[in-house]
Write a protein that binds this ligand. Structure first.
Ligand SMILES: Nc1nc2c(c(=O)[nH]1)N[C@H]1C(S)=C(S)[C@@H](COP(=O)(O)O)O[C@H]1N2
Ligand SMILES: [Mo]
Length: 301
């Protein structure tokens, strides 16, 4: 995999892995903004962007197909079949069809991007994702000018997904973005973390990452992408429209009906760690605020 930090690491530094991870954490603290080119220069850089460990990222998960507890995905997702994998791309595209993972990624650079990740439940992590821009994958299918939204769907494998059998949430899990959100350069299809293939509990082999939105928008283990001219249904909005809107942009000034969104607990900080302030658009305001110009973010939550 080609990723941007490769040149900073000598082969000696790559092993043992612990050292490699430490080095990455150190670099992130020193200058992730310069390295990723994806960080705003303002308030966000004041907040340390120290990545969580792979252990933290892959052991505290939401993947309701595998159960409701944070440890259920790590306990059960190993049984999910993720190879071979393909995604059907349909709707308003010039070249609809079933694309293998290899076809989707062919010719694209796998980049490494360190993003903040903020769950609507008010916990957060910092994750060094590997992946490609969604826009580049959509371009392969040829987005038609009539398309206005992108809908996504997760695999359903009932035999190995205890949560699917529970039938509390309607599966498949579905999500959606406005086309301009989907084509924004921050929006990724991620295929790995820390240079390793995506852990199954994090949405192997390929999942969405939209860093300025609450985590539930970042749908895992995608098998279908549909270009449409209508706002698509989304799983949490279907379950409770008052609590979970279509946009779900991270916004410290709009509270969830049952809790404050002004601050968050960063996973891995320990029991007595101070909560940190939640940033507007999760710290990506400079890059994405223009997408919502003229919108009332209280109405369109
Ligand atoms: N298919 C699917 N995608 C999903 C979810 C899910 O339950 N099923 N949970 C979402 C929620 S609520 C969050 S916070 C993130 C969690 O991603 P992580 O486990 O990689 O941190 O995945 C999102 N994507
Ligand atoms: Mo979440």
């Amino acid at each position: 995999m080609a990723h941007r930090w490769k040149n900073d690491l000598t082969p000696n530094e790559v092993t043992p892995k612990g050292l490699w991870l430490n080095r990455r954490a150190m670099m992130a603290g020193l200058g992730a903004a310069a390295v990723t080119g994806a960080m705003p220069a303002s308030r966000a850089s004041a907040q340390a962007l120290e990545p969580n460990t792979l252990e933290e990222i892959s052991s505290y998960n939401n993947f309701y197909e595998f159960g409701w507890n944070k440890t259920d995905p790590a306990d059960h997702a190993h049984a999910m079949v993720t190879s071979p994998w393909s995604i059907s791309i349909d709707g308003m595209v010039d070249r609809p069809g079933t694309y293998t993972l290899e076809q989707l990624l062919e010719g694209l650079d796998i980049e490494e991007r360190i993003y903040r990740f903020r769950c609507v439940e008010a916990w957060s992590m910092v994750v060094p994702w590997n992946g490609v821009e969604l826009a580049d994958v959509l371009a392969k299918a040829g987005v038609q000018s009539s398309a206005r939204f992108v809908a996504f769907e997760t695999t359903v494998q009932p035999d190995v997904m205890p949560g699917v059998r529970g039938r509390i949430i309607p599966f498949p899990y579905v999500e959606g973005l406005r086309l301009d959100e989907a084509q924004h350069p921050l929006t990724m299809l991620a295929t790995g973390i820390y240079g390793d293939p995506m852990p199954k509990q994090n949405g192997a082999p390929i999942r969405l990452v939209v860093p300025w939105k609450y985590g539930f928008k970042s749908i895992k283990s995608i098998v279908r992408i549909t270009l449409t001219d209508e706002q698509p249904p989304t799983t949490w909005n279907r379950l409770n429209a008052r609590e979970y809107g279509f946009y779900s942009n991270v916004n410290p000034t709009v509270d969830h009906p049952r809790w404050s969104q002004a601050s968050e607990r960063k996973i891995g900080g320990g029991l007595f760690a101070r909560r940190q302030d939640t940033l507007m658009f999760n710290g990506y305001e400079d890059q994405v605020a223009s997408l919502y110009a003229g919108m009332d973010l209280r109405e369109d939550y």
